[in-house]
Design a binder for this molecule. Sequence first.
Ligand code: SF4
Length: 672
Amino acid sequence: MCDDHCGINVYTENGKIVDIDGSNHYWNKGRLCVKGRAGVDFFNNENRILKPLKKVDGKFVEIELEQALDEIAAKMLEIKAKDGARALSIWKGEAVGFAQQEEIARRFIHAIGSPNYFSNDSQCFVGRWIGYSLMAGSWMAQPDFANSKCIVTWGANPPNAHPNMTQYIMEAKQKGAKLVCIDSRLTNIARQAHVFAQVKPGTDGALAHGIIRLLIEKDMIDKDFVENYTVGFEQLKEYSAKFTEEFVCQETGVTAEILHQIVDAIGSGGNQVINYVGNGLEHHENGINNIRAVACIDALVGGFDQKGGNFMPEGFGQQELTLYHELPLMHLDPIGADKFPVLYEYRQECHTMTAMDQILSEEPYPLKSMIIIGANPVSTNPNSAKVAAAMEKLELLVVRELVMSDTAELADYVLPAASYLERAEMHCHGMHQVVTLTNRLTTIPDVQDEYQFLHDIAHRLGAGEYFPWENEDALNEWLVEPTGVTIETLKANPEGYQYKPLKYKKWEERAKNGEKAFKTRTGKVEIYSEYLESLGYEGLPVYKSPDYIENAEVEFPFAMITGARKLVYYHSRNKEFKRFRTAVPNGEVEMHPADAAALGVKSGDRVKVTSKIGSIEIEVSVRHENEIMPGIIQITHGWKESNVNMITHDDKFDPIDGFPLMKAVKVNIQKI
Ligand code: SF4
């Protein structure tokens, strides 16, 4: 159901799903989180969309699937004739599938002649991916937690976001690994830590440089690795020397004692150290460089692709489904590629915030149509009012969804999407180098999987040659062709099929063979990036103080974090699960007891939270004094009634990847 891709057993009685539990999959080994178990509620949910809907005079009416497909395709052809193919776009979310569905959506949009592929990745996850890729040529998809001697989590809370990952961390802890958690809040993982460093939001880079300085001074680095496999060490050493204990403690709020405990834990871990970065670091104006500074620690201890370190998985080797090589469309100006070239070069992602401006202004060219698959940008993008206005301005908005959403309500057509039990897609689990094929348990009339839907539209638009496979099963047969693994093998191994044995330190072997040791421009770990320098950015991961510290405003005295995960919800989803609404019934603003006392409020009271673009009203939750710092508040997104993205703004972002500032927004609070 989520990007953890746990294996499940599904039990049916008379065609009705009555229970779900964990299968003996490599990854979850029988375990499931509460969301996985409660999945049974979803399939017996009366709110599920099961018929195509068309908006007529402001109201949705049910129509036949063929009529919906014909009308959508006709409108797309009309827009293409008038404004060109690049006026068409697609946005892939995570509600209805993952990697394979993303690749199909990317294939579709290029097949019909537009470069405009969007997803939530231009504001979540990919910041970490780019930060580590700039440094080492690859995102650490699955760190080898179980064999680690020191695990450092940075702005990540696996118990809530990746429950199974937590089990591997706990396994390592039981075997003697040190667990260090760096976060602005005392999270569930921080409660398990040997060392908890409570940092001010957005100051992780200062802490990382302080750690780097001490690791070098204490001679706790892998000199051989640094000398032979990195570039830029001397510049880093000189730069990090400025991060004195006094400055780091003042800037981050972390004590000198904690700083030294972190350094000693990392230094005693040898190469078996993992720095695991969550989205707490990427939603800042200095996000990429803070992430790169953390990745420098991995470089200094030589932890890349080590057993117990940041393992770099090998791919499955299936066919390439996207058309970026076969049908490149750079000349059509993918939206945001000029403004955020790093984002586009590394991920071929168009920038969603730029898209909103472009829809509204029609500059430099009009964007008129969007197919949104399992995403809810009105709830998840910053500046929701602008996003809603942009969605309403589109000439054609098609949303494929499981249940109604804030974005679907604005659509011209809402189509029923297939859930995870109604499609067959492959998932690769990097940690074990395992691939699994999901078992299509059932099909429902009018509910198409993404392949079928995009196949049908592509054929109506004259791009059928790119969708020659009759259905997703035929596509899967083609995808596995070069791997030597058959679909039958995958079906016979529902617990996962290990496509390659795990191999560590692959960089050493590559260097011996005269190949690039790392997949970077220089073939080395790039502490200093000439590529970034060539684009006008700093070559080193320099630190910049967050705006709320550097430009404090009396009018907006609080720094607001958004997006902390609740265990029962997945991103903005699962609100239709009745048992979850009982557990966590509404959005709330979490605050320190001293702030609550100063405002004269207690838990359950309502307050108005105001930023420079607007305000929302929301219930107060006063937390324990250790849980959140004074002056910092947290609001989880995804609540229609108290949508925090009505007050996050889209004009503050990281200049390298364009990620919005969502974890240190300057706000004020008033008692209602
Ligand atoms: S972590 Fe939970 S929701 Fe995600 S796949 Fe596993 S059981 Fe399902």
